[in-house]
Write a protein that binds this ligand. Structure first.
Ligand code: FAS
Ligand code: PHB
Length: 391
């Protein structure tokens, strides 16, 4: 088989890139390790920056998002038993975020890809990348017991943190930066009305909690948990009790509980691989970087990488090499600012026993300063809505 761009991974980065390239008349094939059903079963991000919303519109998949997405113009910080609203909209010069689950984004992109009759190979277990230091790289995989090969101009590695793309880069050509956090997030999805109209980020002596949502009738909650915790050790009852203990009295009273329809644990890390391009192999999204989800940046960073990659590949086929040459540095400028913000939000809101009583008091001082300082809340607001693409 021959195509212009072979895309590895059918997560939001791979599917969004495939859609944008198709609308540009650039042929592409997507190869995905897991089944389509498995990809759709994963519950992940929930908050979209306006830039991501706009890009999904350009990809032709903004209709349901416009109809069902929930615009959010503020968040609440809860600590010392009370909640403080941060006026995201007012402090960011009128910007907002939209709550719309990553699962729905993926669904919309898959439907659009299918409607366009584009090739997506699911459940491909052994993808390997070759010759990306030449102008004719290839991707190999097995189907029906026979080795298959795709000849292409570019390989887009959109296969996440554990994917094959970054792993295929020759040793010594990648510089990586990583910070692993000493805790994880336990998340629950329930068909219960959200405890509040806006997201509540909680700093509590027992640990972090987050109250989010997917719609007016479907809630998404998280509690900080130990890396030693096991999912089967967290019954629904234990989860709801723990969430209630971390909320302020009014929210705890108002919390509507119910059976979980999904429950999962995720470790937290900050990670960046540099550069993002190796000849005709380019990395985008979680394949290149990971942020702790506290700042709601993971999916949005994947979208901004895809924006730059769409411009770079489009430029190449129009005869301009500039955008491709600057792809990595343009992505990394934005990635590192989001890494900083995600690290800052995580450091501010989670329990770090190793930081001791002094560290805990510093957190309290920073939270009290934050909610009393327009300048500090403005900084939070402009990062939360997302810095501009060229910021
Ligand atoms: P993805 O990981 O979404 O997609 C990569 C795709 O590549 C997957 O479908 C995978 O199956 C496939 N793949 C892997 N190896 C392959 C191979 N060898 N061959 C072919 N395909 C391969 N972000 C937030 O903003 N908020 C959150 O609450 C949040 N929660 C998260 C929870 C978890 C458990 C994880 C892992 C991430 C979470 N994130 C969250 C971040 C998440 O939303 C990512 O930023 C987003 O999925 C990035 O999209 P992609 O880059 O497409 O990577
Ligand atoms: C979510 O709804 O899954 C979500 C929202 C905000 C975050 C992280 C996760 O910061």
């Amino acid at each position: 088989m021959r195509t212009q761009v072979a895309i590895i991974g059918a997560g939001p980065a791979g599917l969004l890139l495939g859609q944008l390239l198709h609308r540009e008349g650039i042929g592409n094939v997507v190869l995905e390790l897991r089944s389509q059903a498995h990809v759709l079963s994963r519950i992940r991000a929930g908050v979209l920056e306006q830039g991501t919303v706009d890009l999904l519109g350009k990809a032709g998949v903004g209709q349901r998002l416009q109809a069902e997405g929930l615009p959010h113009r503020g968040i609440e910080l809860c600590f010392d038993g009370s909640r403080h609203r941060v006026d995201i909209h007012g402090l960011s010069g009128g910007k907002q975020v939209v709550v719309y689950g990553q699962t729905e984004v993926t669904h919309d992109l898959m439907n659009a890809r299918e409607a366009a009759g584009l090739t997506t190979l699911y459940a491909v277990p052994d993808v390997s990348l070759h010759g990306f230091d030449t102008h004719q790289p290839t991707v190999r995989y097995t189907r029906d017991g026979k080795e298959q090969e795709i000849v292409c101009d570019f390989i887009a590695g959109c296969d996440g943190y554990h994917g094959v793309s970054r792993a295929s880069v020759p040793p010594g050509t990648l510089q990586t930066y990583e910070r692993v956090y000493p805790f994880g997030w336990l998340g629950i999805l329930s068909d219960t009305p959200p405890v509040s109209d806006e997201l509540i980020y909680v700093n509590h002596p027992r640990g972090f909690a987050l109250c989010s949502m997917r719609s007016k009738t479907r809630s998404r909650y998280y509690v900080q948990c130990s890396l030693d915790d096991k999912l089967d050790g967290w019954s629904d009852t234990r989860f709801w009790d723990e969430l209630r203990r971390r909320l302020d009295a009014e929210a705890a009273e108002r919390l509507v509980t119910g059976p979980s329809i999904e429950k999962s644990m995720a470790p937290l890390r900050s990670f960046v691989a540099e550069p993002l391009r190796f000849g005709r192999l380019v990395l985008a999204g979680d394949a290149a970087h990971i942020v702790p989800p506290t700042g709601a940046k993971g999916l949005n960073l994947a979208a901004s990488d895809v924006h730059f990659l769409w411009q770079a590949l489009g430029g190449h086929y129009r005869g301009s090499a500039t955008e491709l040459e600057h792809y990595s540095e343009r992505c990394l400028a934005r990635v590192w600012k989001a890494e900083r913000f995600s690290w800052w939000m995580t450091s501010l809101l989670h329990k770090f026993p190793e930081n001791g009583a002094f560290g805990q008091r510093l957190q309290q001082a920073e939270l009290n300063y934050l909610v009393q300082s327009k300048a500090a809340m403005t900084s939070l607001a402009e990062n939360y809505v997302g810095l501009g693409l060229e910021a």
